[in-house]
Design a protein around this ligand. Structure first.
Ligand code: GLC
Ligand code: GLC
Length: 637
């Protein structure tokens, strides 16, 4: 019997010969050599993943050939400046680990009206220090409700309300010149019901008939629904939506977001073509939307199945061949055991850190660092060539995704604790500083998530005296705990909840709109005025950003827990011995004491990079309410 390696090489020879016989490839033959070199290198990985999904099919190698023809076509069209970037990034694959990285995210229309408006904001992004800009979905989508653009009708057309494809290309180029990587969503689990593929499928076009999951009646949907989690129960019960002709279609999210059928290899090829087209615009990171849901199997939750990982690794291997500088960021807002499974250099090099995000809010509410300290110590480490994207909040709700087993170690009951957190953040808890709103409140399961801007959830909105300090505290952890910190634009000037969505029929059902306010020009105008709330938040954030960028101990993702001896003070060190920073963060409105006993092994003297003051560590430390210290010693001081 032939060894696996030998079979792969045989398949490779066969596919390459067939590709070279294609007239389209012969016509662009000058682009072949660099493509072929990378194909040689990554074909084994690609074939291994693809054969796990589709290897049983008689037409498997034809499929691989047509997929690679699509990839070559994209490569041949890839602009020279991106090919130059590819080479540079291949030489420096962990470039994104730099402490100079800073992410920002915004809606094009809400932040600047249009793509041209975003381009005009580049000087502002530079003022902030951004090196990564995630623009929320901007491709063509249905009028009215499109789930904020997460229902894509065409990846080849920009939403005309925002601009044109030429605007997007120009913006990508301008951002790159300014040292800012463009980040766009790759929404590959579903398309809108108005996508050509969906229309073709509905009409029975043989090319698209198997692109989605349509059922003649409720028989299979009922069987699947027994084990599915409801994602938007306000929208529709279960995972399926009825069609006017009596059929049912798989819709994990809204009824107009049709899940694609990745068991069909033609879907993989079609989406791969869209992915490479998005890369060729000049996109450097893809935010891999809803990764958990892409593979379905009867009798399971249809979340985080092994095949979902295989699909992503296959996309990743293809990117290494045809758009090598493209990297993936996983959006898996699931149990922490499952979140990490998406993160590796072969799959998603980056991932949101939803556990840290949720536990930051948990800690603010409880004033107890227990769960967050535990998460930093036990769930923070990642492979060295990957990184967390650490954030405080996003355009989505905050869900309490911690592990019940972790919580049980502190005698905390996960279910009851989530109920408490929900009450706390929607201001149904006596003494809460938060002004949030519930999302997908599900009386059947008792499940609920939270919405609200950072300023509204921390008390800034109603002038709580500690509001600003709470915001800076949360962002200080995102900025100092490794990986890429991500700022939701608007937070830096303290934008508050916007209830305008309630009078918009397309948004009123979806409370996430409350924390997606438009660019608040008044607040931005005040950002350099230290006498204002906006100015205090802005100055505090910019100072920490500048300190971080200048401090090599903040590069990479390694972190060591440091037990502070206070229930309310989070502790960890960054860097390596001889060049370390000790972070201490007080999550309570009371003065906290870090006793001398826990500091006995620390160097004598340190300097707080935030306040600028020297501290005698061995005497113990006193932290003011919500104070954060970044204590540097040795070479870092
Ligand atoms: C992701 C997005 C969310 C959207 C969903 C469906 O979770 O963040 O906003 O509703 O995917 O695309
Ligand atoms: C679910 C999904 C997550 C998405 C969210 C939107 O929690 O797991 O991907 O962001 O819904 O509300």
């Amino acid at each position: 019997m032939l060894s696996i390696e030998h079979q792969i090489r045989l398949a490779q020879g066969h596919v390459v010969d067939a590709l070279l016989r294609r007239p389209a490839i012969q016509q662009a033959i000058s682009a072949w050599e660099p493509f072929h070199q990378r194909l040689e290198q990554h074909f084994p990985a690609l074939l291994t993943e693809l054969s796990a999904l589709y290897g049983e099919r008689a037409d498997f190698l034809d499929f691989v050939e047509s997929l690679l023809a699509t990839a070559f076509d994209a490569w041949a069209q890839r602009p020279e400046e991106l090919k130059a970037l590819d080479l540079a990034r291949e030489k420096d694959p962990t470039w994104f680990q730099s402490q100079e990285m800073l992410g920002g995210v915004c809606y094009v229309d809400k932040f600047a009206g249009s793509l041209q408006g975003i381009e005009a904001q580049i000087p502002y992004f530079q003022e902030l220090g951004l090196t990564y800009l995630h623009l929320m979905p901007l491709f063509k989508c249905p009028e009215g409700n499109s789930d904020g653009g997460y229902a894509v009708s065409s990846y080849r057309d920009v939403n005309p309300a925002l601009g044109t494809m030429a605007d997007l290309q120009s913006l990508a180029r301008a951002l790159r010149k300014a040292g800012i990587s463009l980040v766009l969503d790759f929404i590959f689990n579903h398309t809108s019901n108005e996508h050509d593929w969906a229309r073709g499928c509905l009409a029975g076009d043989p090319q698209y008939r198997d692109f989605y999951l349509l059922y003649p009646d409720r028989t299979l949907p009922d069987q699947y629904d027994r084990t599915l989690r409801e994602i938007f129960p306000d929208q529709h019960p279960g995972g399926f939506s009825p069609l006017p002709d009596g059929r049912w279609v798989w819709t994990t999210f809204n009824s107009f977001q049709w899940d694609l059928n990745y068991a069909n290899p033609a879907v993989f090829t079609a989406m791969a073509g869209e992915m490479l087209a998005i890369a060729n615009i000049g996109t450097e990171f893809l935010r891999m939307d809803a990764v958990a849901f892409v593979w379905k199997k009867l009798g399971t939750s249809c979340e985080n199945l092994p095949e979902a990982h295989t699909v992503i690794r296959a996309f990743s291997a293809l990117a290494r061949i045809a758009s090598p500088s493209l990297l993936f960021k996983s959006e898996a807002i699931v149990h922490p055991d499952d979140v990490v499974k998406y993160i590796s250099s072969q799959e998603c090099q980056l991932s949101y850190n939803p556990l840290q995000m949720a536990l930051l809010w948990n800690t603010l509410a409880t004033r107890e660092v227990n769960l967050l300290q535990q998460a930093l110590e036990n769930r923070h480490a990642l492979p060295h060539d990957t990184a967390w994207v650490n954030y405080v909040r996003s355009h989505d709700d905050i869900g309490w995704t911690f592990s019940d087993e972790d919580a049980a170690q502190f005698g905390i009951n996960g279910f009851h604790h989530r109920q408490f957190l929900n009450r706390f953040y929607v201001n149904r808890f006596e003494g809460s500083f938060a002004r949030g709103v519930p999302f997908q409140d599900n009386p059947v399961t008792g499940d609920c998530r939270i919405c609200g801007t950072c300023a509204s959830l921390t008390g800034v909105e109603h002038g709580d005296p500690h509001g600003v300090a709470r915001m800076l505290l949360l962002y200080s952890v995102a900025l100092s705990s490794g990986g890429i910190p991500l700022l939701y634009l608007g937070d830096e000037v303290g934008s508050v909840n916007d209830y305008g969505y309630l009078s918009n029929a397309d948004q009123a059902m979806d409370s996430r709109w409350v924390h997606r306010p438009a660019f608040d020009s008044e607040r931005y105008a005040l950002r350099h005025n230290p006498g204002t709330t906006a100015g205090q938040i802005y100055a505090g954030l910019l100072h920490m950003i500048a300190v971080r960028k200048a401090q090599p101990a903040f590069a990479g993702g390694q972190l060591q827990g440091f037990r502070s001896g206070s229930r309310s003070v989070l502790g960890y060190t960054r860097g390596h011995s001889g060049a370390e920073v000790l972070v201490l963060a007080n999550f309570s409105e009371r003065v906290q004491r870090v006793p001398a006993a826990v500091m006995s092994a620390q160097p004598e003297l340190a300097r707080d990079l935030i306040g600028g003051h020297p501290h005698r560590l061995r005497e113990g430390l006193t932290l003011a309410p919500y104070q954060v210290l970044w204590l540097a010693y040795g070479e870092t001081a």
